[in-house]
Design a binder for this molecule. Structure first.
Ligand code: G3H
Ligand code: ZN
Length: 290
């Protein structure tokens, strides 16, 4: 599992991490990856996992792995507690993101370290690999369409010195950073990445850790490409999939109000999500990387 990210780091492309909360979204993500022979990460937040079921999400991903032979990493996204991490690993997740950014710096380190220690224990006990991601900086927004403009303050951004200290003291495999990215799509402003800050963070950490960009929706393509060039190896995308799903569904319900067959009603949403995933995989450069 870690090899997938290592290869991306060495060859300067990024693995897409796509969120799902229904079976047809998962199917759209997996079939897009299959079409392009791309390794992928599929993720559920705590809310998404609660909706689809954590054991059910793991079982579905297992079935897709078996059916497609694709390397698919199943990731807990923005886990807020050790309990949440425990449940995900217990269900069979291969990666966990612990988000301690609502804590102060020292407490974030302490709780992330507890999560890392727990994960390393499990890895040793069961001879399996689990990727642990920590997060540093203040990431604004939520995975939805925001009507207000995005305002990012300099103090929101990840500090290169703290990033180095955080990685050394916690031992995380991956680090989610804030460099002008935010969750969601902002209709009144553009998300602009601070690429200089990214270069400084990369300088401080070299290849010791996998750098992660959350809030992958709504960032200009040029910035995404440059961020990969500068060391980002995992990019999380959710809102653009949600928008595609919602638009596909709204259009279908409007055009065919008499349709009652779920798999027919959901077909346009499935196709719209798949199209977005195909575009993102191509943009991230992870096509034909199996
Ligand atoms: O953790 C999930 C991602 O950061 C999604 O961000 O909704 O802006 O694509 P996004
Ligand atoms: Zn995120």
């Amino acid at each position: 599992m870690k090899e997938i990210l290592k290869k991306a780091q060495q060859n300067k492309y990024a693995i897409g991490s796509f969120n799902f909360s229904t079976t047809e979204i998962l199917k759209a993500i997996v079939l897009a990856a299959k079409e392009l022979s791309a390794p992928i990460i599929v993720s559920t937040s705590e809310g998404e996992a609660a909706f689809i079921g954590i054991a059910e999400a793991a079982a579905l991903v297992g079935a897709w792995r078996h059916g497609t032979k694709l390397p698919i990493i199943l990731n807990l996204d923005h886990g807020k507690s050790l309990e949440s991490v425990r449940k995900a690993i217990g269900a069979g997740y291969n990666a966990v993101h612990f988000d301690g950014t609502n804590l102060d710096y020292e407490e974030n380190i302490a709780q992330t370290k507890t999560v890392v220690d727990y994960v390393r224990d499990i890895e040793e006990k069961y001879d399996q690999q689990i990727i642990v991601e920590g997060e540093l900086g203040y990431l604004r927004g939520s995975s939805s369409v925001h009507q207000e403009a995005l305002e990012i303050k300099p103090e929101d951004l990840t500090s290169p010195e703290q990033a180095k200290d955080f990685v050394e003291r916690t031992g995380v495999d991956s680090l989610a950073i804030v460099i002008g990215n935010a969750h969601g799509v902002f209709s009144k402003s553009e998300e602009k990445l601070d690429l200089e800050r990214l270069a400084q963070i990369k300088d401080a950490l070299s290849d010791k850790v996998f750098l992660v960009l959350h809030g992958g929706s709504g960032i200009p393509e040029e910035d995404i490409k440059k961020s990969i060039e500068l060391g980002i190896v995992k990019i999380n995308v959710n809102t653009e999939l949600r928008m595609a799903y919602q638009e596909g569904l709204a259009k279908e319900l409007k055009e065919k109000p008499q349709e009652t067959t779920p798999y027919k009603i959901l077909q346009p949403s499935f196709e719209a999500v798949k199209k977005v995933v195909v575009e993102k995989i191509k943009l991230f450069g992870s096509e034909n990387k199996i």
